[in-house]
Design a binder for this molecule. Structure first.
Ligand code: TYD
Ligand code: MG
Length: 460
């Protein structure tokens, strides 16, 4: 008898090799090869399986395609709808990723309850908790009377049977790493099983036009377990961010076939579940001690939404030969670059200093528009002078110390004005553009062209 054929599959990129390797030859990941058994479903069956997806056949003329039925179903939680691009699209497959204990199950249970009451029955399949545990959590969240079906099951085929039987309006699978298909013998959570689960639920979602949400676990380094395979298959990828020790959570869209990416929803974890935060700027600035050195208010834009956050910097003489540079919520390399610009173009001596930069409240900002606020906070800490009161700042800093223009200036200015800021230091290039919406604002707009000039305007 022939021995069962096995392959070694990289859990990072899905590459296969006949022998175990310490390092994947495709993506270079260390210690990621796991033995998996191949075979099981014969090829013709697979052929049939894929065929059911494309039911319909002939190509359609662009003009004939009817988009009237491209409706969106509200989850009843407006911040969640926002990241989804205005609600969940029927037949779409959504992946919600995040660290353990951050609130994925809580958010989805709340959404499921609203959805069940407003739209129709919801199937919540959990491989992690029993019906009993889910219900005791639901009682705390005020789920109450709703056509919400709970299923504690890890077998994909069983879940699909229940979907076919109940014909729910929404399916939630918590989590994709705990379910397994009987067609494969590898363990749940391995790349083969995860891929199979995603594909099977994709067929179910598209074939029966049922929106499906999969929960995905995130590994220690922040990527989804079995990441690449999953992200390509699903329509929308959402990530839960935030620190467990802070009350607020951010849900961010990193891929969305039906809406804008980098759209953001902000929640606060309370005793009664996750509550949407309608005004995040207020939340992020709530603990700001104004008038202290080393603090600047940045107006960043996430997706279509402007948010004010506080950038904090602390510069202190280093007691060791090798000064520490640390950035939380910002790109470390970007901060190093800005430190070099400050040394060379603004004459600040930082070589012997430890520099710590942090975005208050655990937010993460990636856009270059944050540069000027980082520079301002560091200079403010070095000179021990606070920033001018009621002043917000944004702008990109170039290597020659020039302040570069950034997109969506008017949106940022409007948000800052609404939050009570009366003076905004921003790139002169954006002011020169003569954007009429900028002229209408009541606050004072100060355009700057170089780092030195910006610091003169900012520091009191
Ligand atoms: P959970 O949704 O179970 O996380 P995940 O599914 O992402 O692993 O979140 C659990 C955390 O949320 C837990 O630490 C307790 C906290 N929590 C509250 O603070 N209030 C609540 O009402 C609920 C249900 C949970
Ligand atoms: Mg959970």
């Amino acid at each position: 008898m022939k021995p069962p054929k096995t392959v070694f599959v990289c859990q990072e990129c899905g590459a296969q090799a006949p022998k175990w390797n310490g390092r994947c030859t495709e993506c270079g990941a260390w210690n990621a090869m796991v033995e998996e058994r191949v075979g099981g479903a014969p090829a013709p069956a697979a052929g049939n399986r894929y065929a059911q997806f494309g039911a319909g056949g002939a190509a359609k003329l662009y003009a004939d395609v009817d988009i009237a039925d491209a409706v969106r179903l509200s989850t009843g939680i407006n911040e969640f709808d926002r990241v989804l691009g205005g609600g969940i699209v029927p037949g779409s497959l959504v992946l919600l990723g995040g660290e353990p204990g951050i609130g994925k199950s809580t958010l989805l249970l709340q959404a499921a309850a609203h959805f069940a009451r407003a739209v129709g029955p919801v199937l919540y399949a959990s491989g992690e908790e029993s019906e009993h545990q889910i219900k005791s959590r639901g009682d705390r969240l005020g789920v109450g009377e709703a056509p919400l079906y709970l299923l504690a099951e890890t077998c994909i085929e069983r879940i699909l049977e229940e979907i076919a039987r109940l014909k729910p309006a929404l399916v939630i699978v918590d989590s994709v790493q705990t379910v397994f298909s009987i067609k494969f013998q590898s363990a749940p959570g391995s790349i083969g099983q995860v891929r199979e689960a995603a594909t099977q639920f994709l067929f179910a979602a598209k074939g029966q036009n049922i929106p499906t949400v999969l929960v995905g676990h995130v590994t220690k380094d922040g990527s989804l377990a079995g990441p690449k395979v999953l992200e390509h298959v699903v329509d929308t990828v959402l990530y839960f961010e935030g620190e467990r020790h802070h009350a607020h959570r951010v849900v961010r869209a990193v891929k969305n076939r039906f809406g804008a990416v980098s759209e953001l929803g902000v929640f606060e974890m309370t005793g009664a579940g996750l509550q949407p935060v309608a005004n995040p700027s207020k939340l992020f600035l709530s603990e700001r001690a104004s008038g202290t050195p080393g603090s600047a208010v940045l107006c960043c834009v996430e997706g279509s939404r402007p948010i004010l956050v506080e950038v904090q910097a602390l510069v202190s003489a280093s007691t060791y030969g090798n000064p520490r540079r640390m950035a939380i919520g910002l790109d470390q390399n970007r901060v190093s670059l800005l430190l070099a610009v400050l040394e060379k173009r603004a004459g600040l001596a930082l070589a012997g200093d430890d520099v710590y930069v942090n975005i208050a409240g655990g937010m993460t900002v990636e856009e270059p528009a944050a540069d000027l606020s980082v520079v301002a906070a560091i200079a403010s800490s070095v000179r021990n002078r606070s920033l001018a009161p009621a002043t917000a700042v944004f702008g990109e800093v170039g290597l020659s110390g020039e302040i570069r223009g950034i997109p969506q200036a008017a949106l940022r200015v409007r948000e800052a004005a609404q939050m009570g800021f009366t003076r905004i230091v921003m790139p002169a290039v954006n002011l020169d553009a003569r954007d009429s919406s900028l002229q209408a604002e009541t606050c004072e707009l100060v355009g700057v062209r170089a780092v030195g000039e910006a610091l003169d305007e900012l520091l009191t």
